[in-house]
Design a protein around this ligand. Structure first.
Ligand code: SF4
Length: 381
């Protein structure tokens, strides 16, 4: 890391303008199942569960984008009227940002099990599925038991999908469990049981969207991929664009900026992806960024501007109590806890409103999280 900071960074407009006028931060995924998780600001979350968008290529970047990167995004890119351009991007400052962040990461990174040398691609893949919309603290115990039970994809694929749902427990958004099971099955069928190391092969797996494919390619195989989760987007928005929060949906300009910032060398790019994500999770948090502890404090445009508050529409929260999501969660818990199929009446004590209970049950059936047997009873798939 250079000894002198890049002083030019304090001039906010000199970098890429990524902000959207109607920016709302931390895009929320559409609710897709039960959970009481808070997927609001500040959690280790991405929004890729159903955002199955086309793989990005370097062609989607602005004219000054460094070539060769895949952008792994949490959302499909929205049209943005102010894309990044070569005229507004300072590669030297970007290099300084990535170097400082990587140096910080080398010291402060959390010792998470999926980051262990012996963890392997399957561990990374499982963790990426679980970390979508769920904070690390809640993922850890489920991850540990999951990997102990199914240390390789073939072990999971050999079980019924319902066992994956059962083991998912209360992580929330349990369709992720079905998707992970389907991906494990495809890995066995198409790749001999080994997680593929190629982005396109990963992307072709069921349930693996653009973000997840890029994250696995980067974290497990050291590929060059701009991995844009909620935390990374927030860091980029503040450090480069001078706004408190990124737009609600990922913009083309954000993609272009991420690709321009991404280091050229694969190894550096992979460590930047992990480091920027960690910085957003631990330091540049949504509600209370710890700027005094941040390696980018002298470079951060938002900081240099005096930390102007978010001026877009109010940020969305996500209610849970009383929602169909909560009802689905309660009904699914009945199925998870049952060792034999249950009668419909078993759902009545956990959710008293009949109409909402029916709706929740219909949703679980439609999503493949519950099965209705010919005799009218219900069980996991
Ligand atoms: S200086 Fe503060 S706002 Fe800027 S990147 Fe660091 S923590 Fe975030």
């Amino acid at each position: 890391m250079p000894s002198q900071p890049a002083t030019a960074a304090v001039s906010a407009p000199t970098l890429v303008a990524v902000s959207a006028p109607s920016a709302k931060p931390d895009a929320q995924a559409a609710p897709d199942a039960d959970s009481n998780i808070d997927v609001g600001a500040g959690v280790q979350a991405v929004t890729s569960t159903s955002a199955e968008v086309s793989p990005a290529t370097s062609a989607s970047a602005g004219p000054s984008a460094r070539p060769g990167a895949v952008t792994a995004t949490a959302d499909s890119a929205a049209t943005d009227p102010s894309p990044a351009t070569a005229a507004t991007f300072d590669a030297a400052i970007a290099d300084e940002v990535t170097e400082r962040t990587r140096a910080w990461f080398a010291i402060h990174r959390r010792d998470l099990p999926w980051r262990a040398k012996e963890a392997g691609p399957w561990a990374v893949m499982v963790s990426e599925f679980m970390l979508q919309q769920t904070p690390v603290s809640r993922v850890l115990p489920v991850y540990e038991s999951w990997i102990a039970r199914w240390p390789v994809p073939s072990a999971l694929a050999a079980e019924e999908p319902g066992e994956a749902v059962r083991a998912w427990g209360r992580l929330g958004y349990p369709r992720r469990a079905l998707r992970l099971h389907a991906a494990a099955t495809a890995i066995v069928e198409r790749h001999g049981g080994d997680v593929p190391d190629d982005y396109n092969a990963l992307r072709a797996l069921p349930g693996v969207g653009e973000y997840t494919a890029g994250a696995i390619a980067s974290f497990a195989f050291g590929r060059r991929a701009a991995v844009l989760d909620t935390n990374v987007r927030r860091v980029l928005a503040r450090a480069f664009s001078g706004v408190e929060f990124p737009a609600d949906s990922l913009t083309a300009a954000e993609r272009a900026l991420a690709e321009m910032v991404l280091p050229q060398a694969e190894q550096d790019a992979a460590s930047w992806a992990a480091a920027s994500m960690e910085l957003g999770a631990l330091v540049c948090t949504a509600k209370a960024p710890k700027c005094s502890q941040c390696p980018l404090v002298e470079l951060c445009v938002w900081r240099a501007l005096g930390q102007p508050p978010h001026d877009g529409p109010p940020r969305r929260g996500q209610t849970y109590a009383g929602t169909d999501r909560q009802a689905r969660g309660r009904l699914l818990a009945v199925l998870r806890d049952a060792t034999v199929p249950v009668d419909k009446s078993a759902f009545e004590p956990v959710w008293h409103m009949a109409e909402q209970r029916e709706r929740a049950l219909a949703g679980l059936l439609a999503d493949g999280l519950a099965v209705r047997l010919p005799d009218g009873r219900y069980r996991l798939p």
